[in-house]
Design a protein. Structure first.
Length: 243
């Protein structure tokens, strides 16, 4: 198989799974205004592009905007000009928000947890300010499996990231349209579409519980290649374990 054929097949798989996820979990409906969390990584770029293309189709009728959250005290860097051009190419408004947080010196709340929490808070605030009713995040199947096992190993409960989650305290719903996509396919898609990489990756990327679980999954997959799909099959569409 040529490189061109590999790119084409990966794109076909991604688009097919994307539309299947939208339909299966009813992620997009008429009248929705969706705010996409655009980190600048390959997953969020892929998500924005797929939603941007889907928005051009007549039904369902929905709108998309994007938000890029910068964290002052975490040393990674994105190309803001590239993100702006990327969003502009699909006529999607891009908003840039800057925030920060204080590191928990006791170590009870890991840096990755705090960073994620404050990013999410900034997105929630922006979504409500813009009148969006949904926030789309770029978590793929690998992320969902990793989070499920992280919660099982370190928190003692089976708590996956659902494809769709209505917030209790605000009129917002979290959706994950890439929930059926594999990281390997997204990597191929990003390469074929020549996505720009982050200028500087997060310094905590390889020193976290997620990185540890990812290494464990990679080791187990050498023995049982279908591990991720087995975990995925243990989760129903509401993100709860299948009983």
């Amino acid at each position: 198989m040529t490189e061109s054929d590999a790119y084409k097949k990966a794109e076909q798989r991604i688009v097919k799974r994307f539309h299947k996820a939208l339909s299966t979990y009813k992620l997009i409906e008429d009248g929705d205004k969706v705010l996409v969390g655009l980190s600048g990584g390959k997953d969020s770029l892929c998500l924005l592009e797929l939603l941007g293309n889907r928005m051009k189709i007549q039904r369902p009728d929905f709108k998309v905007e994007a938000v890029h959250v910068r964290m002052k005290n975490i040393g990674y860097e994105t190309d803001a000009a590239y993100l702006q051009r990327f969003a502009d190419s699909m006529s999607i408004p891009l908003h840039v928000v800057t925030t920060e947080f204080k590191v928990d010196e006791s170590g009870r709340k890991p840096v990755c947890f705090l960073c994620s929490w404050y990013r999410r808070k900034a997105m929630f605030n922006m979504a409500q300010e813009l009148g969006c009713n949904k926030i789309a995040l770029g978590h793929h199947l690998d992320d969902i499996v990793q989070t499920t096992l992280m919660n099982l190993f370190f928190q003692g409960h089976f708590s996956p990231m659902p494809a769709k989650l209505a917030m209790r305290k605000m009129p917002l719903t979290i959706i994950r349209p890439l929930c059926m996509e594999t990281e390997s396919d997204i990597n191929i898609y990003a390469e074929s579409h020549k996505y720009h990489k982050l200028k500087k990756i997060c310094p905590f990327e390889n020193d976290s519980r997620r990185a540890t679980v990812k290494r464990i999954i990679n080791d187990v997959e050498k023995i049982y290649p279908d591990l991720k799909h087995s975990v995925w099959n243990a989760i129903d569409k509401d993100g709860k374990p299948v009983l």
